[in-house]
Design a protein. Structure first.
Length: 327
């Protein structure tokens, strides 16, 4: 591992100033960054530890929403009574991710910024445009069972690994950012992540030295919330396909719906196509199938991951049916 210096930041503005130096990086729980450093994929010369910043609170907002501090751990957010009752899809997504030990360390901000688990990204002997721009993509034509089917490019087909971010996408969360000039801005989570295009190494719209300070959840949308994750084993595994659903359906047609997928795209994938196919339609399996077809219309398999297209559609149908039954 490349030698590095370390400091612990006490206040957010000081942290942002400290990370403005060349080669500096933030570290919080370190549950992804330390692995990347050991493999030589990340090579910071200076680490700014932001885990003790006063950004752990989960606060009520006047409009009925919640603000989650960026340093709140995944465990704390999942267990928060307000999250569990008003945003159960977020709590369900969080507890489906990683392990208890990792959730105790992983921060909200760090979860949003975790890197793909594409095995070629972690194999420094393999070509990978994300790790080494211009070198090629070993997953295209390689073993790509875990890879994305939506939003990919000929440069990268990696899937985003987060469960939490999928639920936050269905909840239309906004990410609060602090810049080195003390500027504060909010970015909708869908706009926060970039698609790979021909620059897959640039994953977000974060500006140099900008830090995530919190996530703002708008007031809960009407309807029943559910998160379903399909994976190769029951725990401590990334999603093959995940679906976050918010469905508002009474006796009549569906009033409102939110749909976001995980495991199928380079970013948490909100499907406005599926939502449009659900709105105003009866809550029946035929409607769910139409929504699944709309969601996957532009999906492209690369061989080993072809099965995800069908699996994502069926997972959506089953999740919607469960949400409608228990609504
Ligand atoms: Fe690298 Fe992306 Fe290709 Fe994986 S899919 S090898 S991360 S460029």
């Amino acid at each position: 591992m490349k030698p590095f210096t370390y400091e612990r930041a006490r206040e957010a503005p000081a942290a942002v100033a400290a990370v403005s130096k060349d080669g500096a990086k933030f570290i919080s729980g370190g549950t992804n960054l330390l692995d990347l450093m050991k493999l030589g994929i990340e090579r910071p010369s200076h680490l700014v530890d932001i885990s003790r910043l006063p950004l752990r609170e989960i606060e009520e907002l006047p409009d009925g929403g919640l603000r989650i501090g960026a340093q709140a751990t995944n465990s704390d957010v999942a267990a928060d009574a307000r999250v569990r009752t008003r945003y159960p899809v977020l709590s369900q997504a969080l507890v489906s991710g990683a392990s208890g030990q990792l959730r105790n360390k992983a921060s909200t901000g760090g979860n949003l910024l975790q890197r793909t688990r594409c095995p070629y990204f972690y194999d420094t002997a393999a070509d990978c445009n994300k790790r080494c721009p211009g070198s090629g993509c070993s997953a295209i034509g390689g073993f790509n069972r875990m890879h994305a089917v939506l939003g990919t490019s000929d440069s990268c087909i990696a899937a985003h690994p987060s469960d939490m971010a999928v639920a936050m996408t269905a909840l239309a969360a906004e990410i609060e950012l602090l810049g080195p000039d003390a500027s504060v801005r909010r970015v909708g989570i869908t706009d926060f992540y970039r698609l790979p295009g021909d620059t897959p190494h640039i994953e977000t719209v974060l500006r140099p030295a900008e830090m995530i300070t919190g996530v703002v959840l708008p007031p809960p949308p009407p309807g029943r919330q559910l998160y379903r994750k399909v994976r190769d084993r029951a725990s401590y595994e990334f999603a093959l396909v995940a679906v976050a659903v918010v469905l508002s359906a009474g006796e009549g047609p569906i009033d409102a719906a939110r749909v976001a997928f995980g495991g199928v795209a380079p970013r948490p994938w909100r499907s406005v196509e599926a939502e449009a196919a659900l709105r105003g339609r009866p809550a029946t399996m035929a409607t769910y199938r139409a929504a699944a077809e709309a969601a996957m219309r532009d999906a492209v398999g690369r061989g080993h991951n072809d099965f995800k297209i069908d699996l994502a559609g069926r997972t959506l149908c089953r999740t919607l049916a469960q949400a409608a039954r228990s609504g």
